[in-house]
Design a protein around this ligand. Structure first.
Ligand SMILES: [Mg+2]
Length: 301
């Protein structure tokens, strides 16, 4: 009862934000039809039962207010134990992905918004990484990244280099919300604009603006990983793969997957989102991910 009323409130809010977006002239960036995203409870059981792979964002999708709850971790573990392929797809850095791939109940991880994927090769007893650029090409970008970093810090008061920057191989992560007081949307937009001006790809997560020199994204590297590691054709399998996310840097995934699922806080980004997921959970963040896992597992019994 409580969940259905929460869903109704979420959808009412979505409609309100859509109408506000139109009033502000933002409708060009808002292309979902009024019935989407639909409540997860309406996901057909035969669709849920056919899912073989769960791709998931981490920050504010799996985690809640910056923490991984026992319930969300248990949901990951239960999906993996049930035989589903589980792959986090995140903007988090290589150093963190090393940990995720080694220690979490997952089949690998796509990191730094698609700059690489990693997996633990159990037979060989070692971690392996598939990079989008080789070490020499990454090294050659060091000075250009530093120049953008200095300009962003100089021109956008209140932002900071993300605390996890030292773990990164490819991208520049500017914190606007994690360890600094939350900055207004105009500051976030300015960071994005400065990165674009420097020729970088820039994506906004719930906490950072990530910029990199390269054209990859979460979707492209997920496609590469599924093909190379599992022999799966993403286009052929898109109806049987679920992606869970919450932020603008998840848009390529929301736009592609017929059964992309947003945790409820995806609506916090309002008209900033150019693509929304097909489905939405009643609850926010990690609690929403738990609801998704329960729905998928319940359909398999
Ligand atoms: Mg996120």
């Amino acid at each position: 009862m409580q969940r259905s009323s929460e869903s109704a409130a979420i959808l009412a809010r979505l409609r309100l934000e859509r109408s506000v977006g139109r009033g502000l002239g933002l409708c060009k960036t808002w292309r979902m039809d009024p019935t989407h995203p639909r409540p997860l409870a309406e996901l057909p059981a035969h669709v849920a039962a056919g899912v073989h792979t769960v791709l998931t964002d981490i920050d504010d999708t799996l985690t809640s207010a910056g923490h991984l709850t026992a319930a969300a971790y248990a949901a990951l573990e239960a999906l993996h134990a049930a035989g589903l392929r589980v792959i986090p797809v995140t903007g988090r850095p290589a150093g963190w992905c090393d940990h995720f791939a080694r220690m979490w109940p997952v089949d690998g991880v796509v990191g730094e918004n698609g700059a690489f994927y990693m997996w633990h090769d159990a037979a060989a007893g070692r971690l392996r990484t598939r990079h989008r650029l080789d070490a020499a090409a990454r090294q050659a970008l060091t000075e250009r990244l530093a120049a953008v970093r200095e300009r962003v810090l100089r021109e956008v008061p209140g932002c900071a280099v993300a605390s996890d920057q030292f773990c990164r191989l490819y991208d520049l992560a500017i914190d606007f919300c994690e360890d600094v007081p939350a900055l207004p949307a105009a500051s976030v937009d300015r960071i994005v604009a400065l990165m674009h001006e420097a020729g970088m790809t820039a994506k906004v997560s719930s906490i950072h603006v990530n910029g990199w020199f390269g054209a990859w994204d979460k979707l492209g590297t997920a496609r590469l990983m599924l093909a190379e590691r599992f022999g799966l054709d993403l286009d052929a399998e898109r109806e049987r793969i679920v992606f869970a996310g919450d932020s603008p840097n998840d848009e390529p995934m929301f736009a592609f997957f017929a059964h992309a699922v947003g945790v409820a806080n995806v609506l916090d980004h309002g008209p900033r989102m150019r693509a929304l997921p097909a489905w939405i959970t009643p609850s926010r963040a990690g609690a929403g991910f738990v609801e998704l896992a329960q729905a998928l597992l319940a359909a398999r019994v």
